[in-house]
Design a binder for this molecule. Structure first.
Ligand code: CU
Length: 161
């Protein structure tokens, strides 16, 4: 009788060991699966950008120059009317700077030359430019006109008389 019980316990213990081993392996596979999926999701999160739809970088153009802006990963939105105390997250409007560089992230874009604000949410303009080479900076700013990391680009155009 006792031997039967002991061997029965041994069988149970053996089964538990096997169960423990086999349950370890799927757990390892499961934990490595999200890690493998993470890099695939990263490019989508990093897709925030602003760009000139036109003109193309290096283009030769005539004044007035038609500028058209694009944005991805951030919602283009007019600045709310009235007193704006806080910037809505992941929303912004375009700014163009003529013959200037991108401002550092977190900088309030001046409401003065060489910057033009598109606070109404528009994304194009016919701009008068003097003949010659011009650098155009396209910078997205939030509701407080503050620059956002990674959301600026520059192009060069050659304006003919
Ligand atoms: Cu602005």
């Amino acid at each position: 009788m006792k031997r039967t019980i002991l061997s029965g316990l041994a069988a149970v213990a053996g089964a538990m060991l096997i169960a423990a081993c086999s349950s370890d392996k799927p757990a390892e596979t499961a934990s490595s699966a999200p890690a493998a999926a993470a890099p695939a999701a990263a490019p989508a999160a990093a897709a925030k950008r602003v760009f000139f739809v036109e003109p193309a970088d290096g283009a030769t153009v005539k004044s007035p120059v038609h500028l058209k802006f694009g944005v991805e990963g951030v919602e283009l939105s007019p600045v709310p009317t009235g007193e704006v105390a806080t910037a809505r997250p992941n929303m912004g409007h375009h700014h163009v700077g003529v013959d200037t560089e991108c401002l550092p992230p977190g900088t309030v874009i001046p409401k003065a030359a060489p910057w033009v604000h598109f606070g109404n949410g528009s994304s194009d303009i016919d701009m008068q430019l003097t003949p010659g080479q011009h650098k155009l900076a396209l910078e997205l700013g939030d509701d407080l006109h503050t620059t956002i990391a990674g959301l600026c680009t520059t192009i060069n155009v050659n304006v003919t008389p």
